[in-house]
Design a protein around this ligand. Structure first.
Ligand code: SF4
Length: 154
């Protein structure tokens, strides 16, 4: 990680961002929404349901972990004009748009900026904060590859 901090990026001066909760990234093309072990328990608790019920109704297995189900049109199961689990949304959603895949080139970021109205608004995220968010997102994806049994058995 130290090596990453010492390098120079197109976002060295930071990036302004504030989610406008428009839902663009929660709808549209289908995608994987990884949910880690602690996140499964946290969201189930927020919804006041049993973990096993939550998994069966809202998640599907992917690799060795789980992803949130989507409607046929690609809309996240928890998006109803707004995110209905916003305070406990998965790390993957919390760290968007600061994902490695989005920040790997200025061109990719520019393209995303046209879709996400939060980019350019709100507080300034420093290069260090952005790199930490990228790392946190990557860690969460790795963690979510726990076996399904690990999650079900707590
Ligand atoms: S597209 Fe951007 S502004 Fe809209 S919900 Fe997603 S992160 Fe927030």
């Amino acid at each position: 990680m130290k090596r990453l901090f010492n390098r120079s990026y197109f976002f060295d001066q930071g990036i302004h961002f504030e989610c406008q909760q428009c839902g663009v990234c929660c709808t549209g093309d289908p995608g994987i929404i990884y949910v880690g072990k602690e996140e499964v328990s946290r969201i189930a608790e927020y919804l006041s349901v049993q973990v096993s019920f939550f998994i069966e109704k809202y998640l599907y297995p992917i690799k060795k972990g789980y992803s949130i189900r989507e409607h046929a049109d690609g809309r996240c199961f928890f998006y109803e004009n707004r995110c209905t689990i916003y305070p406990v949304r998965p790390n993957q959603c919390k760290t968007f748009p600061f994902w490695f895949a989005n920040l790997r080139s200025a061109k990719k970021w520019k393209r995303l900026s046209k879709e996400c109205p939060g980019i350019g608004c709100g507080p300034l995220y420093s290069k260090e904060q952005i790199l930490e968010l990228i790392q946190s997102n990557m860690d969460a994806v790795v963690k979510s590859h726990l076996t399904n049994n690990d999650i079900l058995n707590g």
